[in-house]
Design a binder for this molecule. Structure first.
Ligand code: S3P
Length: 438
């Protein structure tokens, strides 16, 4: 049996209790490798996510000649090669499941002197890349893709990029970041305006590496030709990983958990705002700052949730948390309506359809709409659901087991390792009735 046949079996009951440390932030981990590799001098990274996605980024930069020591889990020492020090990789770069790696690296590679090819797994190969190849082409890049702008991407080197003033057609931190990274290599100014606030880790980290980034409202700008200076990066715990435990504790009986030192960048905290609107019992303590990112402890207890109309202004701030929020909605009293979230259709799976199908399978009345869903809260039954290899769907459906009448089997769970290595063990230790079958 291949690893993609890994299944989660959730027996009924279970709860969540205790203090939980979730692994490092995936978005910050990718960026730490990229900026560390492009900086002058050494960068030390702590709290690095040892997940498949960020490890693929690490391997990609090693394949381009960057010396990255990995003395112990979570710790990296990157010997930066400067903006112009990368070497041509000997083979196409395999980025596995990671859209972030592919989109951000396209921006970096468009500015190199050498040609490169970026590919990935079946899910990544079906994701839209026209959103980056079009603006990068407008900057002077040459990138060939398969039909409909799908990977693999063949990126030509040796071209001089020019800055552009670009209005993003969709709220995407990956596209924004790709253009800012290409902007490091471009002549003049690169300006990007987004339609809604998206995560700003690239901007913060560029500033942490000493690069000037100008930010005004929804516009971010930088001028090419500067240098990045190696630094220390402390990666906070990933709020997107914590979210599964946050929602799990909210829907379980007798739950009480504290997630320690979780990243609370305000461009990521929509899940907490939405859960509070639903009546969640969430407390934030020990606010602190770590490596340019706010962190805090989050305490969550069981709550009686109610359905809500999710404000569209919170969608881009909670974009990765909708699989978990759909489960919260299924356990709430009344109707939850999500709109303005068409981006969910082009994630690791079509998260609107896959979640609606999974909840329907478990006896919940859920209807998909082009840009969202309507979910009637009810009582989850047991059954077999397919995660379609989407890590966040698999973890969300594992949490659904906390509130289900019968056992739930979740298919195709191996990709949980892309973002949350150790999820199953951590969940078992803290009270989930989870077992694995492979
Ligand atoms: C990410 C941006 C988001 C998010 C993804 C990580 C990033 O994608 O869904 O998991 O690190 O920049 P989009 O930019 O496509 O919204």
């Amino acid at each position: 049996m291949s690893t993609s046949d890994l299944q989660y079996i959730m027996a009924p009951g279970g709860t969540l209790r205790g203090q939980i440390d979730v692994p490092g932030d995936k978005s910050v981990s990718h960026r730490a490798i990229m900026l560390g590799a492009l900086a002058e001098g050494q960068t030390q990274v702590s709290g690095f996510l040892e997940g498949k996605d960020s490890l693929n980024t690490l391997k990609a930069f090693q394949a381009m000649g960057v010396d990255i020591a990995h003395p112990e889990p979570g710790q990296l020492v990157i010997e930066g090669r400067g903006l112009y020090g990368l070497q041509a990789p000997e083979a196409p770069i395999d980025l596995g499941n990671s859209g972030t790696a592919m989109r951000l690296m396209s921006g970096v590679l468009a500015g190199q002197t050498f040609d490169s090819v970026l590919g990935g797994d079946q899910s990544l190969s079906a994701r839209p890349m026209g959103r980056i190849t079009e603006p990068l082409s407008a900057m002077g890049a040459e990138i060939q893709s398969e039909t409909n702008g799908r990977p693999p991407l063949r990126i030509q080197g040796g071209l001089q990029l020019q800055g552009i003033d670009y209005e993003l057609p969709m709220a995407s931190a990956q596209v924004k970041s790709a253009l800012l990274l290409a902007g490091l290599y471009a002549s003049g100014e690169t300006r990007v305006t987004e339609p809604a606030v998206t995560r700003d880790h690239t901007e913060r980290m560029l500033q942490g590496f000493g690069y000037e980034v100008r930010r005004e409202g929804l516009t971010t700008a930088l001028t090419g030709g500067g240098t990045l200076t190696g630094t220390s990066v402390h990666v906070p715990s990933d709020l997107s990983s914590a979210a599964f435990f946050i929602i799990g504790a909210s829907i379980a009986q007798g739950a009480d958990i504290t997630l320690r030192r979780v990243g609370l960048n305000p461009t990521r905290t929509g899940v907490l705002d939405i859960l509070k609107l639903m009546g969640g019992d969430v407390e934030i303590n020990q606010r602190d700052e770590s490596g340019g990112e706010p962190v805090a402890d989050i305490t969550v207890r069981s709550a009686e949730l109610r359905g809500v109309e999710i404000p569209e202004s919170l969608v881009s701030l909670a974009i990765d948390e909708f699989p978990a929020l759909f489960v919260a909605a299924a356990c709430a009293t009344g109707e939850t309506v999500l709109s303005g979230a068409e981006e969910l259709r082009v994630k690791e799976s079509d998260r609107i359809q896959v979640m609606v199908d999974a909840l329907t399978q478990l006896g919940i009345a859920a209807e998909s709409r082009p840009d969202g869903a309507v979910i009637q809260g009810g009582k989850l039954q047991g059954g077999v659901v397919d995660s379609h290899g989407d890590h966040r769907v698999a973890m969300a459906m594992a949490m659904a087991g906390l509130a289900a009448r019968e056992s739930i089997t979740v298919l195709d769970c191996a990709n949980v390792d892309t973002s949350f290595p150790g999820f199953a063990t951590l969940a078992q230790t803290h009270g989930l009735h989870l077992s694995l079958r492979d």
